[in-house]
Design a binder for this molecule. Structure first.
Ligand SMILES: [Zn+2]
Length: 300
């Protein structure tokens, strides 16, 4: 079984609790994830909206250090290279959740690329120097437009999860490469502003991006727990819009409360088994691994 997860907040958790990626009490650890034949895990350096400027940049660096320490201390976690996938280890992909991490400096994008950042989310829920999140009214700023061009020039993928609608459509005017929503569901199924409406989903499909299904119940059904069946409703909706090739997984482990049946990464096999009861094996493979892997082979 293969598992590709576009988003978790385990770096932030470990930086705060002084735990390691290898072993911890959270939802994702290298130790617990070695159940998969092949496993790619995106680890987001998450910057809260109370952090801006140098403080945000330092926060980013402290989370990068958590990932680097894990890779230096164990052979069981390696940097993800789509062209050299490794089996029996954690293929770790560094991502950024909140462009405030740049501390307002465009030239840091090159440094982020050198540090291994592959996916870059422009905002979290508030507004920052680049754009507006779902709890703000701001669109893409002039700095944000420059940042998008620079990110694309360094083959970093823009993540639109958390962007408000205005910023999303502003981005569409400047983006020349495909972008992705690492951890967002369907507004049509669950009307939460963090979810994507049908026009946004169709735009991501048209641009050959990715949409990672988020397991946070509030984005699945608006309640405190959610069933596998309710997760499947979001998958079926994206399929109904022609999104067979953009569907992926963006768990939000360690960033949000999880359904009782999917509390930690070691429950993922149960979810795979459930998907196989309802979808063809080829489609399940695309959702759980193949689409994301193909996307990064083509776009990194
Ligand atoms: Zn998030």
């Amino acid at each position: 079984m293969r598992h590709f997860d576009l988003h978790c907040d385990t770096l932030c958790r470990c930086a705060a609790s002084k735990e390691t990626l290898l072993q911890n009490e959270g939802a994702v650890s290298v130790e617990r994830g070695l159940i998969f034949d092949c496993w790619v895990q995106a680890f987001a350096a998450f910057i809260g909206d109370s952090h801006r400027g140098e403080e945000a940049y330092q926060d980013f660096l402290s989370q990068v250090a958590v990932l680097r320490e894990a890779m230096e201390s164990s052979e069981k976690i390696v940097a993800y290279d789509p062209h050299h996938l490794q089996e029996g280890v954690c293929n770790a992909m560094l991502t950024v959740e909140n462009g405030a991490a740049l501390g307002g400096k465009l030239e840091r994008i090159e440094e982020f690329a050198r540090l291994g950042v592959k996916v870059f989310s422009l905002v979290w829920n508030g507004e920052n120097e680049l754009a507006g999140g779902v709890e703000s009214e701001t669109g893409l700023t002039e700095f944000g437009r420059k940042a998008v061009r620079e990110l694309e020039a360094h083959h970093m993928v823009v993540d639109v999860s958390h962007l408000n609608t205005m910023s999303f459509w502003d981005l569409c005017e400047v983006a020349e490469r495909p972008f992705i929503a690492t951890h967002s569901n369907c507004f049509e199924i669950c009307p939460h502003k963090r979810n994507l409406d049908d026009l946004q989903i169709q735009e991501i499909i048209r641009r050959k991006g990715l949409i990672g299904i988020n397991f946070f119940p509030i984005f699945i059904n608006g309640e405190s727990d959610a069933s596998f069946q309710e997760i499947r409703r979001h998958i079926r909706h994206i399929l109904s819009l022609g999104g067979e090739d953009v569907l992926a997984v963006g768990s939000d482990f360690d960033g949000a409360a999880m359904p009782s049946k999917l509390e930690r990464i070691d429950k993922i096999p149960d979810w795979h088994q459930n998907l196989l009861k309802h979808f063809e094996p080829e489609l399940v493979e695309k959702i759980t691994f193949g689409n994301a892997q193909r996307f990064f082979e083509e776009n990194l």
